[in-house]
Design a protein around this ligand. Structure first.
Ligand SMILES: C[S@@+](CC[C@H](N)C(=O)[O-])C[C@H]1O[C@@H](n2cnc3c(N)ncnc32)[C@H](O)[C@@H]1O
Length: 230
């Protein structure tokens, strides 16, 4: 991890006062949720971890929040495996708890910084990828903190298998206006995008996440893009 302080992830075991979520990560949920020390040890070995075949799909959700989408997707797709990444302990544990309540054995959560995906997956190891409502970092000086950057897209693209997709949505118009040109310039093939997901052709297959529901309630549109790695 040599890409500067903002890209580093602190060590869970160094925390002076582990709260209930940290304790749950290190204890009750440790068979299915991995801290930043264990997570990179699974790089290249995700299909062994899930005990599936070499070509079986392993999908990724980045920034799961409280895990409504993650748990739903794992339950709806028992023939696919699903890895989630969260930086914060509380949403991390909420997510894995929700998936375990559904008896989803195809779900794992990682406490990690999603900017460092190359630590976690080999090229071509991932299938479909979901980024829903990433932190907006709205001020001009904060945009460098946004997850979507040309270098990130290049790395993510390399980690995905040909024939897989990348789904992105946000409640921030400014973020969308920033990200869409990057998607279009990237190696992804943008199948479609919309400035109003809920009044679009993509609405019928959409799952409303927790953050999305907050913005929908305020009557705000959701911005969406769907891309392929061919
Ligand atoms: C605005 S919330 C959206 C949560 C969820 N996807 C939803 O739509 O309800 C963004 C989430 O991404 C997580 N996050 C932000 N930056 C991250 C990073 N670099 N690596 C992993 N998770 C991150 C945050 O902790 C937060 O839970």
């Amino acid at each position: 991890m040599s890409r500067g302080a903002q890209n580093q992830v602190s060590r869970t075991r160094d925390l002076p006062k582990p709260n209930e979520y940290v304790q749950a990560l290190l204890g009750e949920f440790s068979p299915w949720a991995f801290d930043e020390e264990k997570a990179p040890t699974l790089k290249g070995g995700w299909r062994d971890e899930f005990q599936v075949g070499g070509t079986d799909p392993v999908d990724l959700e980045i920034g799961t929040g409280n895990g409504f989408h993650f748990a739903w997707r794992a339950e709806q797709n028992p023939d696919r495996s699903l890895v989630g990444i969260e930086l914060k302990y509380k949403p991390l544990i909420q997510t894995i708890r929700r998936a375990r309540k559904n008896d989803s054995s195809n779900a794992r959560m990682l406490r990690y910084n999603a900017r460092l995906l190359k630590d976690l997956f080999e090229p071509g190891e991932l299938d479909n990828v979901f980024v829903h409502h990433p932190d907006p970092w709205p001020k001009k000086s904060q945009k460098k903190h946004r997850l979507i950057q040309p270098e990130f897209l290049e790395e993510l693209y390399a980690l995905q298998k040909p024939g897989s997709f990348f789904e992105f949505k946000t409640d921030s118009e400014d973020y969308f206006d920033w990200a869409l040109p990057m998607f279009e310039k990237s190696q992804y093939e943008v199948e479609g995008s919309t400035r109003d997901l809920h009044n679009s052709e993509f609405a019928s297959r959409n799952f409303v996440t927790h953050f999305e529901s907050l913005f929908l309630r305020k009557g705000q549109p959701i911005y969406y893009a769907f891309m392929w790695k061919r």
